[in-house]
Design a protein. Structure first.
Length: 352
């Protein structure tokens, strides 16, 4: 007898092909979705901060400065060049005193608006640091309207700044370099009101360009006697400090470590999210001497070194090169120029 039950006919070859295509499309879409979600998760900072802010995970000093602090190559070590010249001229006493500066790891400042010159400097310093198996420290110092037109005036054109930063990042990528972004750039807003609307968004773009390339970034935290802490905390958040390791203090200045640490801890609390900090101790051995610009009686601070990791202090650094003038004040040459008599005085007055 014929079967009068329900029959399901076999799919035709065309239907089978269509079904396979549909499942392939669904599978491919799923892979794309998973990849996008994974990329987003990897990109997002891993910690959540105050007010729901996304905060980058802050690393330990040992993670930030693997191998310790690298010394500059001879081409970039200004004190070493003058030390070599003095020794060649038979001035051994002068050479020995300049060696006190030349033998220390000092940050390399990137001040030239030329992307080519900047890349060449970075590549030279990175190669030297790699040979030492240590960490290089760079200072970006080419922000538009740098120093608000004062002694260190200059910088790039506004439209050229972020491309300049991106070019520098490409040269640094994978080097594990530490990058201090634009000393004075935030603190100076306090007394240079024309920077109020433009400076912080520009620095935030720079932070965005620096993020995700294996670099450790710190922003300008001023110093203890400059900007009210609540104001500086607000400005740092607007500049993108949540996506960095933290901030630096005392760059090119003379405040003692204990004072700066107290200020920096207070500032970190005001920012929220546990930002870390580094302090410039290159010339603070005698403390504040009444002016930031080539004060007489200043001395070298303690040797730069990475912190033990028991606090938010990551390192004490020599950021400012001892012996370079702050500007044409108190008898100094132009800002950034070598001033040997001042360098020798810093050594003579160094912290015991």
């Amino acid at each position: 007898m014929p079967d009068h039950g329900t029959h399901t006919s076999s799919p035709t070859p065309a239907r089978r092909t269509s079904a396979r295509r549909q499942w392939l499309w669904i599978g491919g879409a799923a892979v794309v979705v998973v990849a996008v979600v994974a990329a987003v998760v990897l990109w997002l900072p891993s910690a959540s901060g105050p007010d729901g802010r996304r905060i980058a995970e802050r690393r330990t000093p040992a993670q930030v400065f693997p191998g310790g602090l690298a010394r500059q190559p001879s081409a970039d070590n200004q004190a070493a060049r003058f030390m070599t010249s003095a020794r060649a001229e038979g001035q051994d006493d002068t050479a020995d005193r300049l060696a006190v500066i030349a033998d220390q790891p000092i940050a390399t400042w990137l001040t030239n608006s030329s992307t080519t010159v900047t890349r060449q400097t970075i590549q030279r310093v990175v190669a030297s640091a790699k040979a030492q198996d240590k960490t290089p420290v760079f200072v970006l110092y080419a922000v538009p309207d740098r120093d608000c037109g004062s002694y260190s005036k200059g910088g790039t054109e506004r439209s050229a700044y972020v491309p300049w930063v991106r070019s520098a990042v490409r040269a640094m990528a994978g080097s594990h370099a530490v990058v201090l972004v634009e000393p004075d750039a935030i603190a100076q807003i306090q007394n240079c009101k024309r920077l109020t609307d433009t400076r912080l968004p520009l620095l935030r773009k720079a932070v965005g360009a620096l993020t995700g390339h294996g670099l450790t970034v710190y922003l300008d935290g001023g110093n203890e006697n400059r900007v009210p802490t609540a104001t500086m905390a607000k400005w740092l958040r607007q500049a993108g400090v949540d996506q960095t390791q933290g901030f630096f203090t005392n760059v090119s200045n003379f405040y003692r470590v204990d004072q700066e640490r107290a200020y920096a801890d207070h500032l970190a609390d005001a920012i929220g999210g546990d930002p870390h900090f580094v302090i410039d101790v290159s010339r603070n051995g005698q403390g504040w001497k009444g002016t930031w610009c080539n004060p007489s009686g200043a001395g070298l601070g303690q040797d730069p070194h990475v912190a033990a990791g028991s606090s938010r202090l990551d390192a004490l650094l020599w950021v400012k090169t001892p012996g370079l003038s702050d500007g044409t004040c108190n008898g100094g040459p132009a800002a950034g120029q070598w001033w040997e008599s001042y360098a020798l005085a810093l050594v003579a007055n160094r912290k015991g």
